[in-house]
Design a protein around this ligand. Sequence first.
Ligand SMILES: [Zn+2]
Length: 266
Amino acid sequence: MSTTSAPAQPRFTVVFLLGVAHCGSTLLGRTLGMHSQVHCVGELLRVAEALEAKLPCGCGAQLRDCPHWAPRLPGLEKATKLDYERFDRALLEGLAIRAGKSIAFDLSKTRAWRLARRWRDERVGFVHLVRDSRGVMSSTVRAGTELDRPLSKHVKWSKRLVKFARKNPQRCHSLFYEDLCTDPRAELARLCAFLGIAFEPAVLRPADAVHHFVHSSASGYLKGSNEIALDERWRRELTADQIEAIEKKMRKIPELAERYLAVTAR
Ligand SMILES: [Zn+2]
């Protein structure tokens, strides 16, 4: 057998995306979710909140009316009462199998981290999506929020996730949002290799399918387009003071400082 071909069985059956809010998770879900072996469920661990707040599915319909989720919700409710702490690997694997796929991909980010600490299962993998804090915070400010509190929360979670990725290199693949946007083919090929699946060009055409993501992102950025472009609106949207405040925090996290500020963390 050639050493470059992907194994018949993927390395993981359940994969969680780890990242902070506004890290680009929807983009990664929409691209990887186009793979013939990957079933992206969106933020399934927040399904209770999505129903409560009447957040639509990624397809635009309410979850209870969505052709994908409506038939699945009763079983989910019965098995878990929609309490994410009761979700287990078998449940997520079952959803993937029902969709004719072999990997369930969940975008619940920080909430998935809580499950990660409990599930020490070699069939469960993680993707840590890292984005420049200035881009992340620009999205937050754009949504009409003050910078201070979200910035503290962002720093707390960035530290936790970076530490998790550092400690679990076998199970957690890190990738940068900016690299994903500038060279999606290379980054998605690397991710597929990590997951043990063959790269498929379909992942580069995320708008070619309807995505049934739970707790779908409200951002309309490039939705409906196959263009994968870097969102760097922070460069014109943030004030000099805001940038300074964010960079001060970034300097304390080596992975962010070295990548984005080209300085060694102190
Ligand atoms: Zn839907």
